[in-house]
Design a protein around this ligand. Sequence first.
Ligand SMILES: Cc1ncc(COP(=O)(O)O)c(C=O)c1O
Length: 374
Amino acid sequence: MDHSHHTSITIDLNALRHNLKEIRKLAPGKKVMGIVKKNAYGHGLVGAAKGLVSEGVDYLGVIYPEEGITLREAGVTCPILVLGATLPEDLPQCLEHDLELAILSIDHLHEMEKAVSATKLKAKVHLKIDTGMGRIGSAWHSSGAFISETLSADFVEIKGIFTHLACADLPGDSFSSEQVRRFEIVLKQFEDLAGWRPMAHMAASGGILHYPETHFDMIRPGHLLYGVLPDTGADQILDLQPVLSLYTKVVFVKKIKKGETVGYGNKWAAPKDTHIATIALGYGDGYSRKLTGKGVRVIVNGQSMPIVGSVCMDQIMIDTGETPLAIGTQVVVIGKEGNHEVHVHELADLQATVPDDVLSGLNWHIPRTFLKTT
Ligand SMILES: Cc1ncc(COP(=O)(O)O)c(C=O)c1O
């Protein structure tokens, strides 16, 4: 028997479309790569990708080849770039599935060349330049040799050149301008060596919002698509809608007396006689244990109710006051009902992390339903 039916996620494809439209207003005429890595930030890889493709995104961005292969097997035909570090042994499968790849260094290029020689296929590649993120890619100050070697490699077709901003979520930060300066030097170097330049891309959500000079030929939005703003104040620039709602159900109810305790460690005692409902969600589903004791609320029948006691692996208790809930009652854990809303930003702030962390951590086995009204 599958217990995952107690907990479910709905994805509002209208909200996804709305967010994409809002993003496009900031970068008119630019190509868009919709970032769907890590199960589309928890939103469901295939459903979110298909939603974005139906809204006309030019590219999809994933982090691992497996994600790209899953998309191809689900019938997605638009260009897909594997943004992460692809291992040479995965290359033949990537090429069979027409995935474009990030080439990270001269050594990586040579390893890829060895791996591809058996297949006689050409690899569509984007050169990854490290302009200051310090994660993956060829250092900007020594990229001349990297560009020349890639230009002379027969097995590649160069489709793009890209980099990633380290501090773009901070408006007005001088390091982003410095990264633009470095990237422009590398682009000039490419043009000098080749007499042409491939599609250049740099901006993820922060760059899209705060640094128009980073938009180049294509933007790569991730969390903005999913209705998550990178900083307070960004809501003045963009009107985004949350895309994901998380629901679970009441599985047990009881009445307790003033002073009785609830949950591991007796961390909560009832201040007065009350009703407790146990809901079918916990940290094993990606609802962090760090939310214990933080005053988090859920919404039941349009009313806001607090979670009490510690978050367990698969169950959480809520104080429903004078209301004894029926078994099976729906509980909104992230989302809106009546006049109440639990926003992922709130849950992220309470555990000192970013909303992407909360969303992408939602367990992949929770069933996702994709809703679209028009
Ligand atoms: C290379 C690259 N581009 C774009 C994105 C999208 O980032 P964001 O969610 O900040 O828009 C990411 C995500 O980290 C990334 O790694």
